[in-house]
Design a protein around this ligand. Structure first.
Ligand SMILES: [Zn+2]
Length: 320
């Protein structure tokens, strides 16, 4: 497992035995089942981010939906778009608050330094002015590489320095529990970013879908009006257009598309007949002035279009 993670860049090769496997597993136990599976998948890059979906040929682009970068699993935490930054800042504040209530100021600073370095894709630097325990834990963590810490692979030193903090203050707390909680809370931040990213992807997709459906309704209205006001259609077709438009608009998308298909066939056939026949044009103009203007003005196009349709190969869209 650890060797596999080394290949994934989660942990520096050769430092595997320095990571606390015990705390990693303990932190997983704090999560509900579904989230546990997500943690396992996410940090190995196996969830449906766009980089993966693109590799699996389910997306045309591997770009992040919120910025221009490639959306790898680590990008979820690193995305610098305004929305992602808002979510991150908010969650980091809560996390810092929790640290403030449970550990020393310097351990808190060290933890936040490592978390932020991951987000900013830089190396966490240990400050000389931190207390000795904070420096010790921070330095030890650096050995595991830049990705290990927020991904749940922490060194045993964090628990050791927390244990000392608890004993110095004679608190009745469990340093092991604190370390597991620390890991879990960093996973939670990552989850929240992933969650908000998904919400945004779905919102954008829903909006796009609404635009398409609104356009379809608009097409139905216009086509219906054309058919309804055309007194020269054969009886069957005129009856077809007598259904109130509101009733058609209440149908399913599939039914509307089927309706459009039939309606367009009727209208196209009628237009073509008129476009080709000057006698009919004159007659219609006499019976209903203005009713053929739109056909006469596009006469060439209507006839050419028909000719092109005749040439279209079987199975092509034009062949409908
Ligand atoms: Zn991004």
């Amino acid at each position: 497992m650890m060797a596999y993670w080394a290949r994934q860049g989660r942990i520096t090769n050769g430092a595997q035995d320095k990571a606390s496997w015990k705390h990693y597993k303990g932190a997983l136990q704090l999560l509900p089942r579904a989230r546990r599976q997500w943690v396992a998948k996410h940090h190995c890059g196996y969830e449906g981010n766009n980089y993966k979906l693109h590799q699996w040929k389910q997306r045309t682009s591997s770009q992040c939906p919120r910025c221009q970068e490639t959306e790898t699993h680590r990008h979820i935490m690193r995305c610098q778009s305004a929305t992602a930054t808002d979510v991150y800042t908010n969650r980091e504040r809560n996390f810092a608050q929790w640290l403030k209530g449970t550990t020393s100021g310097d351990i808190r600073r060290a933890v936040l330094r490592h978390l932020r370095a991951y987000r900013d894709n830089t190396v966490a630097e240990t400050e000389e002015w931190w207390s000795e325990p904070a420096r010790r834990a921070s330095d030890a963590q650096l050995v595991l590489g830049p990705n290990a810490f927020p991904e749940g692979l922490v060194v045993a030193e964090w628990q050791e320095v927390q244990e000392r903090y608890i004993q110095d203050r004679q608190l009745k707390r469990d340093s092991g529990r604190w370390t597991r909680e620390l890991i879990k809370r960093m996973w939670d931040i990552c989850w929240d970013l992933w969650d908000s990213r998904n919400a945004e992807v779905h919102r954008v997709a829903a909006t796009r879908r609404q635009v398409i459906l609104a356009q379809l309704d608009q097409d139905v209205r216009e086509t219906h009006e054309l058919g309804r006001t055309n007194a020269f259609l054969p009886n069957v077709e005129r009856r077809f257009f007598r259904t109130p438009v509101e009733a058609i608009l209440q149908q399913t998308e599939y039914q509307k598309r089927t309706w459009m298909h039939v309606a367009n066939r009727y209208i196209t056939r009628d237009r073509l007949g008129v476009a080709r026949d000057q006698e009919q044009q004159r007659m219609r103009e006499y019976l209903q002035p203005g009713s053929v203007d739109h056909i006469v003005s596009q006469q060439r196009r209507i006839i050419n279009r028909q000719a092109a349709d005749m040439r279209a190969p079987t199975g092509s869209r034009r062949d409908l």
